[in-house]
Design a protein around this ligand. Structure first.
Ligand SMILES: Cc1cc2nc3c(=O)[nH]c(=O)nc-3n(C[C@H](O)[C@H](O)[C@H](O)COP(=O)(O)O)c2cc1C
Length: 156
């Protein structure tokens, strides 16, 4: 089967959507990619890697993303999964890393029934897009691809 990636996300104010577009741009030409908002997902058939992202509002990922994970639990079981959150707490660097892992990524990770290839913390924004994040985000998704498809199992 060729590598087919589904990126599933939700957003309230558009930054997660822009982040996902940057990911899509980085993947194109390397693998097949389909981008869907959680409300648009009918089936994940044909995807061997699912990347799931949520912004953080009031210390939590969006309910719509958690609901998506519950509703697609059976389908996700035999897929590779990567997850990411978009938030502003990341601005405080390593001081908040543990907090973000526990309270922002934690609720998502708990609902993933498969092995998680990679979990990412992306810096979002409130008004103007932060284009400085693009390079990091594209590197992250390339690392996800490497870990999912090109790893030879000996740490390369
Ligand atoms: C009302 C509101 C509440 C927020 N709560 C949090 C929060 O608890 N922790 C955090 O790190 N960021 C918080 N943020 C920042 C958002 O996670 C950030 O702006 C993100 O980029 C929004 O994603 P979206 O544009 O895809 O909706 C909040 C933003 C707003 C407007």
């Amino acid at each position: 089967m060729s590598n087919r990636i589904c990126i599933v996300y939700d957003t309230k104010r558009g930054s997660t959507e822009m982040i996902v577009k940057w990911m899509e741009e980085a993947i194109k030409g390397k693998a097949e990619v389909k981008v869907m908002r959680v409300s648009e997902v009918d089936s994940l058939r044909g995807c061997n890697l699912v990347v799931i992202g949520s912004p953080i509002y009031y210390e939590r990922p969006l309910k719509s993303v958690l609901k998506f994970l519950e509703e697609h639990r059976d389908e996700l079981r035999d897929k590779k999964v990567a997850v990411f959150v978009v938030c502003l707490a990341e601005l405080f660097g390593h001081f908040t890393k543990g907090y973000i892992e526990k309270y922002y990524l934690g609720p998502i990770l708990k609902k993933v029934p498969a092995k998680v290839v990679k979990a990412g913390i992306m810096r979002g924004w409130l008004a103007k897009p932060d284009f400085n994040q693009k390079e990091n985000i594209q590197k992250w998704i390339n690392d996800v691809l490497s870990a999912s498809f090109y790893s030879n199992g000996v740490g390369c």
